[in-house]
Ligand binder design. Structure first.
Ligand code: GLU
Length: 310
């Protein structure tokens, strides 16, 4: 593999991008470009009913409005089922996959990577069913597929957060890699796509931090190299509250009416510590100024208060 850095931004277009997503994109972009690296865009629209094309188009439009660019055509996960099938077949060959007939309650947890949706550790109720039992249950129910994880600790050094460890069977448990409705889960798709696109640097929100050990275990199992990881703090509003979709005055529809792209980028960069002063800044300028050492490690407060502007 070449030493060149390849970074990426991988949004799930189930709604309009918010400033928290844009901050991730900005830091991922600055980190890769400041090392002369490549940058890719992947649309994580696995859950097709929740991620209609209209929203991925809007997401791309928003990124272009802010001046982002990427080196290849965006990858759409919804078009890659055959690739995921192939690797699922490999995991099945290794005897690591089993059908799970438990209720659908955890369906969404299998696809949503964020901490708030963290699934509880699976009881392994279906882990040791006999072939007869499986055949019998299949008659009435279509199973999800789970990956059997080992009794192992995965540890790594996050480039921004520091050391992280997770005990796979105790802290995360056997997790769903394909839902009972046939949709592939987030963990498997992310690992395959990052590896096949040559991504070797991942910058993303700290809410996904605890998915990383699972992904590293999958990378090892499938024979892929692990990228380096930088998990960034969450973006809070000026009062220290986590930004939410309900904060309509902070979404791009509202902001793009009153701020230029450079003002938005400068505000995000200043909030994160990339530049000291809240002033308009171009991506080129921010690439030159970027240094991970200046990026905040505690929750990031947005250097903007829409109420104060009224
Ligand atoms: N699609 C995920 C999200 O929007 C991010 C996945 C990743 O960066 O690995 O939360």
């Amino acid at each position: 593999m070449s030493a060149e850095v390849t970074g990426r931004f991988a949004p799930t277009p189930s709604g309009r991008l918010h400033l928290g997503n844009l901050l991730c994109c900005l830091l991922a972009y600055l980190s890769a470009r400041s090392k002369g690296g490549r940058f890719l865009l992947r649309i994580e629209d696995l859950d097709v009913p929740r991620c209609p094309r209209r929203l991925s188009d809007q997401c791309i439009e928003d990124l272009l409005f802010l001046g982002f660019d990427w080196d290849e055509e965006p990858l759409y996960q919804s078009r890659r089922t055959d690739v995921y099938e192939r690797y699922l077949g490999e995991l099945e060959q290794l005897g690591l996959v089993y059908p799970c007939f438990c209720t659908r309650a955890q369906l969404h947890a299998a696809i949503a990577p964020n901490l708030g949706d963290r699934e509880s550790v699976y009881s392994r109720a279906c882990a040791n069913l006999s072939a007869d039992e499986i055949a019998e249950r299949r008659k009435t129910r279509c199973p999800a597929l789970r990956l059997r994880v080992p009794d192992e600790v995965v540890s790594f050094e996050d480039g921004h957060f520091g050391p992280v460890s997770e005990h796979l069977s105790r802290d995360c448990g056997d997790y769903i890699i394909r839902r009972s409705d046939g949709l592939f889960g987030y963990q498997l798709a992310v690992v395959i796509d990052d590896a096949l696109s040559g991504v070797n640097e991942i910058v993303r929100g700290r809410d996904i931090l605890f998915s990383t050990p699972r992904q590293m275990h999958l990378q090892r199992t499938l024979g892929f190299d692990s990228p380096s990881y930088f998990h960034i703090p969450l973006l809070m509003d000026a009062h220290g509250r986590r930004l939410a979709k309900r904060d309509k005055d902070l979404d791009l529809t509202a902001l793009s009416k009153i701020m230029t792209p450079e003002q938005i980028l400068g505000m995000l960069a200043c909030s994160a510590g990339v530049i000291e002063e809240n002033r308009p800044a171009s991506l080129d300028e921010l690439v030159k100024a970027f240094n991970w050492q200046n990026v905040k490690t505690e929750d990031i407060r947005l250097a903007y208060n829409p109420q104060a502007m009224r």
